[in-house]
Design a protein around this ligand. Structure first.
Ligand code: HEC
Ligand code: HEC
Length: 364
């Protein structure tokens, strides 16, 4: 629940949301499932400490030096559309990192890339039209397609925004503070070319497992040279931000879980290969690492290599955040430490008050 972003909402917008929920949403009598969190996350009061440390309880403040459009874009990106809830990296206590807004965050199996105005690491090299089209439809030929959580954002929210609002977000994104991605010297959409290896290996005794899987499971849609289909319904695998990324998370996740996005009533669909339940044959962690490495070498960023262990991690929901990895003993010690610090703080405040009162009594 991105309430840290919603804290910036205007009173008028919160009022409108309230009216909508109370008057337009049909009431349904359902008891929500019980939350089962391990200690100390099960202690509701621990959120008060977290909020004290990280919640900026302040309405969005328009910047008078910026245009109305830029301020509207900033309001949408920072508060109402909470883009940073996914795209901003988090610290070890899971709060959005200050000064790194929109520079890329891990969401478990998926990775929300750097979308700052940086020309290499971010979206600075996209045209305004391309960014507009991506936010409206989730698809820009030669740049990127939206899968996973971004497909949800486009399907459930972004496609319904007004033209002015989408344009305001584009204007803001193109001028947002630029943050470079360490180690990246080429935009992720600028990798790769058509490759005919698939065709040349046909009928040979190639022992390349990645090629074999690509040929059988991917080439039918993405074509044997990776160019996709002419009408762009099946996208090219080169000049594709997922295969040119410095992180293989989204490539692995797309192969495992597939992609589904309904925009303007039309569904774009790629089957997932990770589940027994899908109609496609289930691919093992080794199979998916082999086909990922084939795709990366032929069409994407060839310096990125995927192991079967990487695939297993993404299959299970991604690397666990540091907090979730700490043993209960360490967590209890941390909570105790925070309680002691807060206690000392309170004691000092009380003492100061007490001293002030005694001084007042003496003076009186
Ligand atoms: C629920 C999480 C989530 C939210 C909210 C979200 N994004 Fe994303 N975004 C992602 C993920 C994950 C990807 C990668 C998708 C893929 O490649 O299939 C992505 C991809 C993108 C891309 C494409 C970048 C590239 O190089 O491929 C842009 C641009 C983008 N998001 C902008 C935004 C903006 C602007 C907002 C707010 C209006 C937003 N996103 C909100 C998760 C999110
Ligand atoms: C039945 C057709 C079909 C098959 C088979 C298929 N794909 Fe896709 N693929 C698609 C469609 C459709 C899209 C999304 C197009 C869009 O979003 O506009 C897509 C998107 C992708 C993307 C971009 C995803 C993103 O998040 O940016 C990658 C990478 C990809 N496919 C790789 C593969 C690989 C590797 C295989 C084989 C293991 C494969 N595909 C098999 C139809 C297919």
């Amino acid at each position: 629940m991105p309430y840290t972003s919603y804290a910036g909402l205007s009173d008028a917008d919160v009022g409108a949301l309230y009216a909508y929920f109370m008057q337009d949403v049909a009431p349904v009598d359902v008891a929500p499932p019980k939350t089962a969190l391990p200690f100390p996350f099960s202690v509701r009061g621990s959120m008060a400490i977290w909020n004290m440390l990280f919640l900026k309880d302040q309405r969005f403040q328009p910047d008078p030096t910026r245009s109305t459009q830029m301020n509207r874009g900033a309001y949408l990106v920072e508060s109402l559309e909470h883009c940073g809830a996914c795209h901003t990296p988090r610290n070890s206590l899971m709060a959005e990192k200050q000064g790194a807004a929109l520079s890329g965050g891990s969401l478990g199996s998926w990775y929300a890339p750097n979308v700052t105005s940086d020309r290499i690491g971010g979206i600075g090299g996209w045209t305004d039209e391309e960014l507009y089209q991506y936010l409206r439809t989730g698809h820009v030929a030669g740049k990127a397609q939206a899968a996973g959580p971004m497909a949800e954002a486009v399907q459930n929210s972004l496609q319904y925004l007004t033209d002015e609002d989408t344009k305001a977000m584009v204007a803001y994104l193109k001028h947002s503070p630029s943050v470079a991605t360490p180690g990246v010297d080429r935009p992720r959409y600028a990798y790769g070319n058509a490759s005919t290896t698939e065709v040349s290996l046909r009928g040979t005794n190639s022992a390349d497992k990645g090629w074999e899987i690509f040929s059988g499971s991917c080439a039918a849609c993405h074509q044997e040279n990776g160019t996709g289909t002419e009408n762009r319904a099946y996208p090219s695998l080169f000049h594709n931000s997922t295969t040119g990324s410095e992180r293989p998370d989204n490539l692995i996740a797309t192969i495992l879980f597939g992609l589904s996005r309904t925009v303007d009533g039309k569904t774009t669909y790629m089957p997932g290969f990770g589940s027994q339940a899908s109609f496609t044959e289930r691919l093992s962690d080794e199979d998916i690492s082999a086909v990922s490495n084939y795709v990366l070498a032929q069409y994407g960023n060839p310096s990125i290599k995927v192991t079967a262990a990487d695939v297993a991690t993404i299959r299970q929901g991604g690397p666990a955040p540091l907090l979730a990895n700490l043993t209960p003993a360490v967590l209890i010690a941390l909570v105790a430490l925070v309680v002691v610090i807060v206690g000392i703080g309170l004691w000092m405040v009380m003492r100061r008050r007490h001293d002030a009162v005694s001084a007042g009594v003496r003076a009186g």
